[in-house]
Design a protein around this ligand. Structure first.
Ligand code: F3S
Length: 281
């Protein structure tokens, strides 16, 4: 059976960087290491760090004075970072540079007197971090319809920004709507990252040309689940697995070509193993 593997499958730049920082900490220090929240949504990788005695904290208060705490790629709220720096030995900032740029861009706009309009998912860790840079001068919405219900004032300057993984087309529609309402009272920050979109577009293209798709990655990884969703939306038989062995029960009889992709938090070793497994079928 032929396996067509997506070029964009696996770690994005921000996740790679965060894991490199964590690995460097594990290797070079005698002190204890912890991460604030799971460093990545992949149970196999998390298990490996657990075996290396890396503690996963649920909140900043759990940090011990003798621990170095790594902030994951999504970033954290400002006040959490302050609390953490007071309670642990050292904060190691592994926030993705693109998320950091969004945080600082928002902070800058707020300092200039703007009110933030943020296109993002409520309760997402990255969004909680971004919102913290605006204090109470912010409105969070998840669709143009929701934004339309928000009363805009002609006397205020606004700043539009988005969670890095939001949809670019919807953002363009939101931008167009706000330009019409606010004209010169609107500043727009370009904070959307291409990594998610590139993965989804390649998954859609692959799903159209293969007999079935295999999406490998954590069940709790939102971007992995979305890859499986976009593939299914093309009418393509799609298997979402965390490990290749889970495919043993799947029926590939009569199939000639299978597509393979993986979420931004899936290690290359698992993608390679899945490709090998499929080739042997
Ligand atoms: Fe960063 Fe984009 Fe990945 S914002 S964490 S490179 S999806």
């Amino acid at each position: 059976m032929e396996v067509r593997r997506a070029k964009t499958s696996g770690f994005c730049f921000g996740v790679s960087l965060a894991l490199e920082k964590l690995d460097a900490e594990v290797e070079k220090h005698d002190t204890k290491i912890a991460t604030l929240g799971p460093i990545i949504h992949n149970p196999q990788v998390l298990k490996r760090y657990e075996d290396l005695n890396v503690r996963c904290l649920e909140n900043a208060e759990e940090a011990n004075a003798d621990e170095r705490v790594v902030i994951r790629a999504h970033g954290i709220p400002r006040e959490t970072e302050t609390a953490l720096s007071e309670s642990c030995e050292e904060v190691v900032d592994a926030t993705c540079p693109k998320v950091k740029r969004a945080q600082l861009g928002i902070f800058n706009m707020i300092r200039k007197g703007c009110f933030l309009l943020l296109y993002g998912e409520k309760d997402h860790p990255e969004v909680r971090g971004l919102m913290s840079y605006a204090g109470d001068k912010a409105f969070l919405f998840n669709s143009l319809e929701e934004l339309k219900k928000f009363p805009l004032s002609a006397d205020i300057d606004y700043c539009l920004a988005a969670q890095t993984t939001q949809d670019r087309e919807e953002f363009a529609r939101i931008d167009e709507y706000l330009q019409g309402q606010l004209q010169e009272h609107l500043q727009v920050l370009n904070t959307i990252c291409n990594a998610t979109r590139e993965r989804q577009q390649e998954a859609i293209a692959l799903a159209k040309e293969v007999d079935a798709m295999v999406v490998v990655g954590g069940y709790s990884s939102g971007n992995t689940r979305r890859l499986a969703d976009v593939s299914r939306a093309q009418g393509c038989l799609t298997f979402h697995v965390e490990q290749p062995e889970e495919l043993s029960e799947a029926d590939f009889s009569g199939m000639k070509v299978v597509g393979l992709t993986a979420g931004a938090s899936t290690p290359r070793s698992i993608i390679d193993a899945t490709e090998e497994f499929l080739k042997k079928l």
